[in-house]
Design a protein around this ligand. Structure first.
Ligand SMILES: Nc1ncnc2c1ncn2[C@@H]1O[C@H](COP(=O)(O)OP(=O)(O)OP(=O)(O)O)[C@@H](O)[C@H]1O
Ligand SMILES: [Mg+2]
Length: 220
């Protein structure tokens, strides 16, 4: 499903403040796996996840998703791949503050030519699956941290992607809410989704099938 071969990433390449965030990273993830990526702050976890999500590029190596090499692809085709295959839960939720929960969840459906009523129904189903249907019409900046995280997950799954990528999805939550969010990922995993979770929480990582550890941009 996902193949990362000798990926390197250098921020500010060629400048005096150049910084190698990823150094020759290789791993693969099979369809249906539940994997965690762990490492200390600054290790390169978000950098790696953004590359996997096709929202950032890399400087060397190859990244394949479903056999397709993600390199030198037009922005239009990339957007298509992101939209069809990938659901991303960002480290800071990345919800639109003055949108309601359901408006946020409908964002990835913007591209689709479906009727608005069908989009609404899909978004509602996604919200229901994360226990957020009661809050569908609440403004996202008025939601609690756990409710925001659930909304972000609903938005990530609304297009029924094969791969779900989540950056510290429990980082800002108390341990009870964190374990509820983890239960959601387990349900998605049981539904056959491929899931990669970035976390610094050992308890969360231990609930995954496999742990990939990175340190200073390298796999340990
Ligand atoms: N846009 C950028 N420009 C320059 N350096 C960056 C940029 N983004 C990240 N970095 C640097 O790359 C390194 C890896 O950052 P990254 O955000 O991937 O870490 P992380 O493992 O996700 O950390 P955290 O656990 O704190 O979220 C850090 O040293 C960071 O300062
Ligand atoms: Mg990070």
């Amino acid at each position: 499903m996902i193949q990362v071969k000798n990926i390197s990433k250098i921020y500010n390449k060629g400048k005096s403040n150049a910084f190698q965030a990823l150094d020759n990273i290789s791993f693969s993830v099979e369809k249906g796996e539940l994997v965690s990526i762990v490492g200390t702050s600054g290790a390169g976890k978000s950098t790696l996840l953004h590359i996997l999500a096709c929202i950032d590029n890399y400087d060397a190596g190859e990244y394949y998703i479903d056999g397709v090499l993600i390199k030198n692809i037009s922005e239009k085709r990339l957007a298509e791949i992101r939209n069809m295959k990938i659901g991303l839960v960002m480290q800071d939720f990345a919800l639109v503050d003055d949108f309601t929960a359901i408006q946020n969840v409908m964002l990835p459906l913007d591209f689709s030519k479906e009727k608005r009523s069908d989009k609404k129904e899909k978004a509602m189903a996604a919200l229901r699956s994360v226990g957020m249907d009661k809050f569908a019409n609440n403004l996202s900046n008025k939601l609690s941290g756990g409710q925001k995280q659930r909304t972000a997950i609903a938005r990530a799954i609304v297009n029924d992607p094969d791969v779900i990528l989540a950056d510290e999805p429990t980082g800002a939550l108390d341990s009870k809410t964190a374990s509820e969010i983890m239960d959601l990922f387990k349900i998605l995993h049981n539904d056959g989704k491929t899931i990669i979770i970035v976390t610094h929480d050992k308890e969360i990582a231990a609930q995954c099938e496999r742990i990939i550890e990175i340190s200073d941009g390298k796999i340990v």
